[in-house]
Design a protein around this ligand. Structure first.
Ligand code: MIG
Length: 822
């Protein structure tokens, strides 16, 4: 008898818990041809090594393998991997230099071992299918597929990470989750699913990490020992099983491989790393400018003003309201003169507006569209909109009222949509914010997707239902947007923000965590959310600073900034009805502290930017849970109230009211208090954390670059660069310094300075570069040193002594720098 993964009915669990009653195991092995096994029930299993440490495993239950197409995959041209295979009466095994995949024949189960024969992952049961569709009542669309379940043995000490955007703690162990992109305003910890689908997780046991990416866009469910403590399970409501197993043994190696497979981030324009202001909604144009001016007159750093849905003609995307934003070019130009950039929101919903067509006119976005709407007309004429089974356009209800959606699985529709962004770029817009792309639908009332169930997508000519396409809708919308921006401004970096996503989204877009409320709980859960998003390939992430819905206050807003000043996307945003939440709104006391942290963010931009460059090259995220860097340290396995920003800064934010101190853990090595530079040796200790201060430490062994204090990213290019050298216990430190023009695509042609800086034996060496650096000074601070003299390229230079460091100033330049302390 099969064991049951869940007792959902008995325990009255959410209907999504995985159940195996009534399901039928895959047939035993019958024969093999190449890498493909045929089973006795005509199921097929294909084991494909892409690299020695990356295996793709596909399983077609009682049918042949399909074409295996996926929108998530960025790389498919892997060089051949040397594999040996061997067959016995009990099993077939495939072996690379790193991994061994054993297929047990009867019952058919898959087991994966490392090169030393250590079992990394093993089926607990054979694959289970549902040939009679006994679970059809649980499916989103019983006509679109049936349930298939994979179950894996669960280690007593196994921990689970990643899985994308989940309002959940760091370690997924004992959790259960569904994947179905959903509009979930005011979500709290445990609301599931929310906006994004990243069906990829990392397992860690005995200091060995592996990754599993279940690439299937149908609604799916994950269970990490919630319903049955011996198994972890994956269930999917249609399509075939298509998963990638990634060997570590480090979490970093897993993340690197996963992001090689699904793609890595691009560098955004540097201004997007600045502080961004948003509100639902700032309008008209005069108010937008007034808010921007207030930031500037209050000496608050700011780079972006965001336009939420009220800039349009009655929510018609790709239009500007003729009264509220009568002169968009003037607005963006005046803001640009102040150093600011504009981001416009774009929803996927196009107003359904059948009307006699008008002749095409120039710049329809700034002409009245109330009688005839060019976007609807063009999309209809070219058959770009999603249709229902009856062949009619699917009309839902979103902001414009009656609304249609684009079928982004059509290449021509994506191209059209991308090109439509001319309506913004022609008027000076700098970036695009894709909201509501689950796609949200007001008529659903909690039953996500219900009203769209009978819609069909082109899907490369396969014409498949909503059940298969919902989870990739946002990915394809962002792809269309990203590619469109690149076509319209070929040498500028696109900037796209999204709410919903599927695996691979990092290739096209940055993201934010949607409508989190202004509560302490939401603030606390944002930390493990950022950490797990990073492990899932998404590095340019952030939350609405201060929270979107419900009532916040000055203390909460301040604590939120004390997290977000380190987070790549730092945008203050609030819903229509909340308290105004700009930094000054709760009074000068809170504003003063927020200003201090915003200024520190801008000083840290060289460090943050180098972190994004690292993520672009390697996939290693900027925001990191401690377990990513210290995976053999069990103190870190469930540590989700501290995080690392890059490898070198550790912060322990306060996410509860009325606290003046908190417990902090510093992992192995030595650390420095970031503010004073005083060495910190303690492991667990009580750190002072009054509202004025958030605990922040620099890692011994690091060199942290800081720019000048400034209020826009592009200001003061010739101000001094400061390097803070924090030696480790062996007196060494190192960093990779990164600079480029911050705007264009030239960094992809190596038009950048990536310099190694290394300190040992009291000597700092900074590599030369062929890239033209700004004319500026270089201030170098050395911590934890007794030195009283210094030389630069063998000539004495003055050295200034301070309480915890000594400082030397030299002229920056492309040549090698050698600084020596005596
Ligand atoms: O139905 O555009 O998450 O940031 O302000 C709400 C209005 C639609 C949801 C987004 C939010 C945005 C709001 N949008």
């Amino acid at each position: 008898m099969l064991k049951t993964l869940a007792l959902a009915a008995l325990l009255a669990l959410p209907t999504y818990a995985i159940e195996t009653d009534g399901l039928v195991p895959i047939g035993a092995y019958q024969s093999i041809q190449g890498d493909t096994i045929t089973c006795q029930d005509n199921s097929h299993v294909k084991i494909q090594f892409l690299t020695p440490d990356l295996v793709r495993i596909r399983m077609a239950y009682r049918t042949s393998l399909d074409d295996g197409h996926s929108w998530a995959i960025a790389k498919s041209d892997w060089p051949p991997t040397a594999i040996t295979s061997n067959e016995t009466p009990e099993q077939v095994a495939f072996q690379s230099s790193k991994l061994k995949v054993i297929v047990h024949k009867n019952p058919l189960k898959i087991e994966i071992q490392d090169q030393n024969g250590h079992v990394l992952n093993k089926d607990a049961q054979p694959l289970l299918g549902d040939p009679n569709n006994t679970q059809k009542a649980k499916l989103f669309d019983p006509n679109a597929g049936s349930m298939t379940v994979v179950s894996k043995e669960l280690g007593v000490e196994e921990h689970f990470y990643a899985l994308g955007e989940k309002a959940h703690k760091l370690d997924r162990r004992r959790g259960h989750f569904s994947m179905f992109n959903s509009d979930t305003p005011k979500y709290t910890e445990a609301t599931d699913p929310i906006y994004q689908t990243i069906p990829f997780y990392i397992g860690l046991e005995d200091n060995r990490a592996y990754g599993l990416f279940y690439d299937n866009s149908y609604r799916s469910h994950f269970d990490f020992g919630f319903s049955q403590q011996e198994f972890s399970g994956y269930a999917v409501e249609g399509g075939q099983i298509d998963y990638y197993f990634v060997n570590g043994p480090t979490i970093k190696e897993v993340v690197q491989r996963y992001t090689e497979l699904t793609g890595r981030i691009y560098l955004p324009p540097k201004w997007a790393l600045g502080h961004q202001a948003s509100r639902w909604s700032y309008y008209p144009d005069k108010l937008v400018e007034k808010i921007a001016d207030t930031y500037q007159s209050h000496d608050l750093p700011l780079d972006v003003m965001t336009l939420d849905i009220d800039y349009m003609q009655k929510y018609r995307v790709f239009t500007w309201d003729l009264q509220r934003f009568a002169n968009p070019d003037g607005l963006t130009a005046r803001l640009k003169a102040k150093g600011l950039h504009v981001v416009n929101i774009v929803d996927p919903g196009v107003k359904y507006q059948p009307a006699p067509e008008k002749p095409e006119e120039d710049q329809p976005e700034v002409k009245d569209q109330s009688k005839s709407y060019y976007v609807y007309n063009q999309g209809t004429k070219n058959d770009y909109f999603v249709k229902r089974k009856d062949g009619k356009q699917m009309v839902t209800t979103v902001w414009p009222g009656e609304t249609v959606f684009v079928d982004f699985t059509k290449e021509a529709a994506r191209k059209w949509w991308g090109d439509l962004h001319r309506a913004y770029l022609d008027h000076g817009t700098g970036g695009i914010w894709n909201d509501m792309n689950e796609p949200a639908d007001f008529t659903e009332k909690g039953d996500t997707g219900a009203n769209q169930r009978d819609s069909y997508f082109y899907d490369n000519g396969k014409n498949t239902p909503h059940a298969k396409n919902r989870n990739v809708f946002a990915l394809l919308m962002c792809k269309a947007t990203y590619e469109g921006l690149l076509r319209l401004r070929p040498n500028e970096r696109p900037y796209v923000i999204t709410r919903a996503a599927y695996a691979g989204i990092q290739r096209y877009s940055t993201m934010w965590t949607g409508d989190a409320p202004s509560t302490w709980d939401a603030l606390a859960v944002s930390v493990p959310m950022f950490c797990n998003l990073g492990l899932s390939g998404e590095t340019f992430i952030g939350a609405d600073v201060g929270g979107f819905m419900l009532r916040g206050d000055g203390e909460m807003l301040t604590r939120a900034y004390q997290i977000s000043f380190l987070v790549p996307f730092c945008r203050n945003h609030k819903d229509q009805s909340g308290y105004d939440q700009e930094p000054w709104r709760f009074g000068p006391y809170y504003e003063g502290i927020i200003r201090k942290y915003l200024k520190l963010r801008y000083r840290l931009l060289p460090y943050l930017y180098a972190g994004l460059d690292e993520a672009r090259r390697t996939g290693i995220p900027f925001i990191r849970p401690l377990v990513l860097e210290y995976q053999n340290d069990p103190e870190t396995y469930a540590m989700d109230d501290q995080f690392l920003a890059g490898r070198d800064l550790l912060t322990a934010p306060v996410t509860r009211p009325n606290l003046e101190s908190r417990r902090v853990y510093l992992p192995k090595g030595n650390w420095y208090d970031f503010y004073s530079g005083a060495p910190q040796k303690a492991r667990y200790f009580k750190a002072l954390a009054p509202l004025e201060t958030t605990p922040l430490y620099a890692r011994g062994g690091s060199i942290i670059p800081l720019g000048p204090e400034k209020n826009t990213v592009d200001a003061l290019p010739n101000a001094p660069l400061e390097l803070r050298v924090y030696p480790d216990l062996g007196g060494r430190a190192e960093a990779t310094l990164y600079e480029d023009d911050g705007k264009t695509q030239q960094y992809l042609n190596n038009q950048c300075a990536r310099r190694k800086a290394s300190f040992q034996n009291h000597q700092l060496t900074i590599q030369s570069t062929g890239y033209a650096l700004p004319q500026r000074k270089l201030n170098v601070r050395f911590y934890a040193t007794q030195a009283s003299k210094a030389s630069y390229n063998n000539q004495p230079v003055p050295l200034q002594k301070h309480a915890n460091y000594v400082e030397v100033q030299i002229n920056e330049g492309p040549q090698e720098h050698v600084l020596r302390l005596f």
